[in-house]
Design a protein. Structure first.
Lengths: 390, 256
């Protein structure tokens, strides 16, 4: 079937006018070229990690259908619409793909086939979380989310990513938080165990703005994520809270980057990961404090818990500090469940495996508690419990 | 009834191939308070861990029974279910597990379904009140960021909530100020006075006689170098207060 052939992920599909028109052919081809030539900068295959992210063959995937669910009712002035409609309404007036960088952001840019725009007017405080749900059906989808929070606005976003068996999701999300805006973006990824996902999340807060990324990567066989905050102004509060838990032979690679280019801003990064079975993970936590970024405060803490002999987590905090007069802390731990903790609990009557489960689930709590919605917290807890029991 | 009690017979225990306990005989009677005193390194904590089944403590020979049940044939959680409780000298901090959840999980483990939720809450509140603990404790993570005194109070709260048949209190008094020590004493005495309680037998391990001013011991056992070298009534604790362990050490060396 010619249609099927044309729908395979390669240059043909980019020139075949199958993809939505709002990103033109040339822009897509440029992005695709960027994807091909940009090194992933990710974990290399070795004793533990089995997948070469620089030599991924995506041409085996066919273009799938992206289902996008957005809230039916919104606070006055807030806009949350499908991408196609957003391009029609706002054309070139919005900073589409203005923050995208990196190999997998370029991949989404090339093939983007849906997504959402969320616009929050100045001074608007959205009390209820805005729910954005993406579902990948039968193949590869490329959701793009653009969030623009105008001055002094406040918004809480909860994104959910699900899909059908064998799906492929390359998602890109950009957040522009204007002066004094406060944006919380929580994302829960629960793709099936044979899915592959690549996600790039980038925020550029302005002066006195606050951005929180809270992510739970729970599903997929391969999950490659990056979370970036570019601190280009003073008074910014940036927070990254992330958890992931590869079990069976899941592979997770997360890179977080807080780039302090201007001083007098604060950032906190908290990452909790566990691995069981033959689960593999790499976490790279970048904190950059550039020479002029005086008065920066940056914190990074990551803890990794290994629940089996074959599980492996490579945890790399990377601090580059080129300014004086800054406060930067980092702490990293990796290890198995502590025997003294275990004995304490068992000696109170809990069976060993029940105690191990409680400790493993408790381990994630400091991150779970940073998800602002009770519903999301419960969903994350349930998913982690299923993994611990698996 | 001849089986009742926590009975330890000729117990020898190694830690990392070193013999620490060299034949201990000791019986804790239900409803009684036994003090186990001795200098640092005499093996008191080893006895506590061996009884509760810590994997680093290897029982070489001897036996321990709890109301006739062979403790060493049971895993550590089964010993707790049989009614044994150890109050740790250094309780582990476990982030992410809330005190309230842990109390409920452990109570359900040792006494499944014996209290409806409302009664359970009431029990916890009463015991916290007695220990002068604020309700905010329940929402905190287990021993995480707790001061020394807070940790010991939480151990006493768990002891009171679980209501074991026998409680081993390993140096609960160490590092406690007078107020905390008083609260510990009141909690134990309340358990002893409560007719609905389990008639708990206590083995109070301590270096100093100070705690025995707050909890009256029925019997005092002195341990030196992995052996019980002297036993007596509460007056024995006063003797330690006056002249320390050296006199006893010399005495027993003469007899040896």
């Amino acid at each position: 079937m010619p249609e099927t052939l044309a729908a395979r992920l390669n240059e043909d599909v980019l020139v075949a006018s199958i993809l939505p028109y709002y990103v033109d052919r040339k822009e897509r081809l440029d992005a695709y070229a960027m994807y091909l030539r940009t090194p992933s900068g990710r974990e290399r295959p070795g004793r533990y990690w089995k997948i070469d992210l620089d030599k991924l063959d995506i041409s085996g995937h066919e273009l799938g259908t992206l289902e996008v669910k957005l809230p039916a009712s919104l606070p006055p002035g807030v806009v949350c619409i499908q991408l196609a409609e957003a391009f029609e309404r706002y054309g070139t007036t919005l900073p589409w793909f203005g923050l995208a960088h990196g190999k997998f952001a370029a991949l989404t840019h090339a093939f983007v086939n849906g997504g959402a725009l969320l616009y929050v007017p100045a001074g608007t405080i959205a009390e209820e979380p805005i729910q954005i749900s993406y579902r990948a059906q039968n193949g590869a989808v490329f959701p793009y989310t653009l969030v623009i929070a105008e001055e002094r606005s406040q918004v809480d976003i909860v994104e959910s990513i699900r899909g059908s068996d064998g799906c492929f999701v390359a998602a890109l999300c950009e957040v522009h938080a204007k002066e004094g805006a406060r944006v919380r973006y929580a994302s829960v990824q629960e793709l099936p165990s044979d899915a592959q996902t690549f996600s790039s999340r980038i925020a550029a807060p302005q002066k006195d703005a606050a951005i929180t990324w809270a992510t739970a990567d729970l599903g997929a066989h391969l999950c490659v994520s990056s979370i970036d905050v570019l601190c280009n102004a003073t008074g910014i509060e940036a927070e990254i809270d992330a958890l992931f838990f590869p079990h069976d032979d899941q592979h997770v690679d997360l890179t977080t980057t807080v780039d302090h280019r201007v001083g007098e801003s604060r950032s906190t990064t908290l990452v909790k990961s566990a691995a069981s079975g033959a689960g593999q993970a790499r976490y790279l936590g970048n904190i950059r404090i550039q020479p002029s970024a005086h008065g920066t405060e940056a914190n990074l803490k990551d803890d990794a818990l290994l629940l089996s002999k074959d599980a492996h987590i490579d945890s790399v905090p990377a601090l580059e500090i080129d300014a004086n007069d800054v406060k930067a802390f980092h702490g990293a731990t990796v290890g198995a469940i502590d025997e003294d903790q275990l004995f304490y609990m068992i000696s109170r009557g809990l069976e060993r495996c029940a105690a191990e489960k409680m400790i493993a689930l408790g381990f994630f709590e400091p991150v779970i508690e940073r998800f602002s919605s009770q519903g999301v917290r419960d969903r994350v807890r349930a998913a982690l419990e299923a993994k611990v029991t698996a | 009834m001849s089986h009742s009690g926590l009975r330890i017979t000729d117990l020898r225990v190694n830690v990392a191939e070193n013999e620490i306990l060299k034949g201990i005989n000791l019986a804790v009677e239900p409803g009684r308070v036994h003090a186990l005193m001795g200098p640092n390194g005499s093996g008191k904590s080893t006895l506590a861990f061996a009884l509760t089944g810590h994997p680093r403590y290897a029982v070489v020979s001897g036996s321990a029974t709890l109301d006739g049940q062979d403790l060493f044939a049971m895993s550590a959680d089964k010993r707790a279910k049989a009614g044994l409780f150890l109050s740790f000298q250094y309780p582990a901090a476990i982030p992410g597990i809330k005190v309230s959840n842990f109390l409920l999980a452990t109570r359900n483990a040792v006494k499944p379904g014996d209290l409806p939720p409302a009664k359970f809450r009431q029990l916890v509140m009463e015991k916290m009140d007695l220990l002068d603990m604020d309700i905010s404790f329940l929402g905190r993570y287990l021993n995480d960021g707790f001061s020394g005194g807070e940790k010991k109070r939480l151990e006493m709260l768990q002891l009171a909530v679980l209501g074991p048949k026998y409680a081993v209190m390993d140096e609960t008094d160490s590092g406690l100020d007078v107020d905390a020590l008083k609260a510990v004493g009141e909690s134990v005495n309340a358990m002893r006075a409560d007719p609905s309680s389990n008639h708990t037998g206590f083995l109070i391990i301590t270096h100093y006689p100070r705690i025995l001013q707050y909890i009256k011991a029925d019997r005092v056992h002195i341990m030196i170098d992995g052996r019980i070298v002297k036993e007596g009534g509460p007056e024995l604790a006063n003797e330690i207060e006056r002249s320390g362990y050296d006199t006893i050490r010399e005495e027993t060396a003469l007899h040896a």
